[in-house]
Write a protein that binds this ligand. Structure first.
Ligand SMILES: [Zn+2]
Length: 197
């Protein structure tokens, strides 16, 4: 069971809403537990089954939710935030924050092959909050090269503008390119706005 970086960052929603006074409002922070019970059923109707109830609760605001499924969950994947990227602490580099994507299954030793760049420390919740992205690949000779793009459309890797054929020898160099391009875009936007005044 794997989700894309864009699924983790932009296409999950809070499971339920905390009370608006709760310090966790707008977050997905819940205490989660599970209860299983064997239910008896005649053979003609499919036989016995396990009913699973998942309990979500917040001890601060008191919101709780019980979800029942008439079977064991189909699939459960025990993983880590490092493997998913999402949920890991962002990295600060050249004045921006880098939010990691998942570790690639085929080459996890190289680290996440994608980072979303943002101005603020919080994980981006929409593509619009992303300044750009950097990602890496290995050349046929095995050298690590970084690519960069500015802006982000809805897909994991699709950007408004990329560095074309230019690749970078390090993550830092790729990040510097995004920061410079995003600053140039912003200066252009300010100029355009002034011209309309
Ligand atoms: Zn709460």
């Amino acid at each position: 069971m794997r989700l894309l970086a864009s699924d983790h960052y932009f296409r999950t929603r809070p499971f339920a809403e905390h009370d608006k006074e709760c310090s966790r409002v707008g977050t997905s922070l819940w205490e989660v537990s599970q209860h299983e019970q064997l239910r008896l059923r005649v053979a003609e109707r499919g036989g016995n089954y396990t009913e699973t109830t998942t309990r979500y609760l917040c001890r601060e605001c008191g919101v709780a939710c019980l979800v029942r499924t008439d079977s064991r969950p189909d699939e459960t994947t025990l993983t880590t935030t490092a493997a998913m990227g999402y949920g890991s602490p962002p990295v600060r580099q050249h004045g921006v924050w880098l939010h990691p994507g998942p570790l690639p299954a085929y080459r996890p030793g190289d680290g996440p092959d994608l980072y979303y760049l943002t101005e603020h420390q919080d994980a981006p919740r929409t593509p619009a909050a992303v300044l750009g992205l950097v990602c890496h690949h290995r050349t046929q000779r095995g050298a690590l090269r970084w690519s960069a793009g500015v802006g982000l459309t809805s897909d994991t890797y699709s950007v408004r503008r990329n560095a074309g054929d230019t690749t970078f020898p390090s993550r830092g160099a790729a990040v510097r390119w995004v920061v410079a391009e995003a600053a140039a875009d912003r200066a252009l936007a300010v100029k355009a706005a002034e011209a309309f005044r």
